[in-house]
Design a protein around this ligand. Sequence first.
Ligand code: GAP
Length: 441
Amino acid sequence: MADVTMDKIVSLCKRRGFIFQSSEIYGGLNGAYDYGPLGVQLKNNIRDFWWKEMTQLHDDIVGLDASILMHPRVWEASGHVSNFTDPMVDCKQCKSRFRADQIDLSAPCPVCGAKDSFTEPRNFNLMFATHIGANADAASTIYLRPETAQGIYVDFKNVVSSSRVKIPFGIAQIGKSFRNEITTKNFIFRSCEFEQMEMQWFCKPGTDEYWFPYWREQRMAFYHKMGIHPEHLRWHQHGPDELAFYAKDAYDIQFLFPMGWQELEGVHSRTDYDLTQHQTFSGKDMSYLDQETNERYIPYVVETSAGLTRNVLMALSDAYDEQELEGGDVRTVLHFHPEIAPITVAVLPLVKKDGIGEYADKLEHKLREDFATFYDQSGAIGRRYRRMDEIGTPYCVTVDYDTLKDDTVTLRFRDSMEQVRVSVSELAARIKQENKAYKRI
Ligand code: GAP
């Protein structure tokens, strides 16, 4: 396997239109990124893969799309106004800013080398504040949400009364979150604007002891299903000093990113903390009545919280490979699972003339109904295969002179580079079958 570095990933992302620095022509904005044509498709595919897994393939999980802007009291109740902070220090010499827990405060400044130049650590709230309405006063201060979870808690009663759900059940949501991160290195790993895929599982107090390990197992299985190398994934249980203010217990799924093992997703046992807080702050009853036993209680919550944009970085890092071919040539290839690859099938006419281009064009239009396709007729066929390998397209279909005679095409597989002859009438079914049977090499 290739030595995957962040520089290689960043450069491929820029070169092939996956991800760009935000506002690049103005010198860029730290912690913000734009997803180009292939990047947005990859991100949407991972999003859809998660959504299908959580809502379609699991019993009793419904969806929600709450607004990013919420009543400011939400963030007082959740604890984010008082607790969602990182300790920060500034270098008095060069004005660089650091997380106090991420550098050695007795060492010289890592940027300018000045000694004894750090300010005293002070707590810095990570929420972005803005104002709603025309008056920019304290009463109009609102926050861009730092997690999607609170939208789910606040709508808990609306969902219960409108959807006939019964405990245990879950509410899933995907959306943007914002954090004014002090350090935003490592590309899209930690950004100020990012997307989360969160599910809150509401259960009877006590049964969280069953559901917490259940959801840990389900979430790890999800990444295996996405074709991520199992040896690049591991668990990390939070120690008492790492636990977030709301958590009774928490485990992270860590992934072996190019810079080392880091958190990919958190599975948290949140008890009735959030619903109770919202009941206290809103004065509204947040309890649940079990119709069968007539018991009333505030449900416990097990949360699964994954970063969608962080999943994109994981998918790219895990898929990246450089392979030496016969003759010494090296190909860069992204071994994406076909379900998340931005393009599934490329249709390539061997030559443009003699009706081959037209045949290939028609075939590509036909395949569009079932797959994300791409038509490429420029350059030598080997070069076209390489271009498709580099963006992770699992199948290339080549139309040649024989196609005109017998309606067969060459189907080429990205990972093995194996080629088989397939009848055009069976092509779509064959690709679907290959997708289902896909095994990561
Ligand atoms: N609702 C719980 C929650 O937000 P978290 O551990 O703070 O928990 C969950 O965040 C996930 O969101 C992380 O595992 C990570 O994948 C993603 N995430 C958090 N902060 C991020 C950031 N600044 N940039 C990108 N992804 C981030």
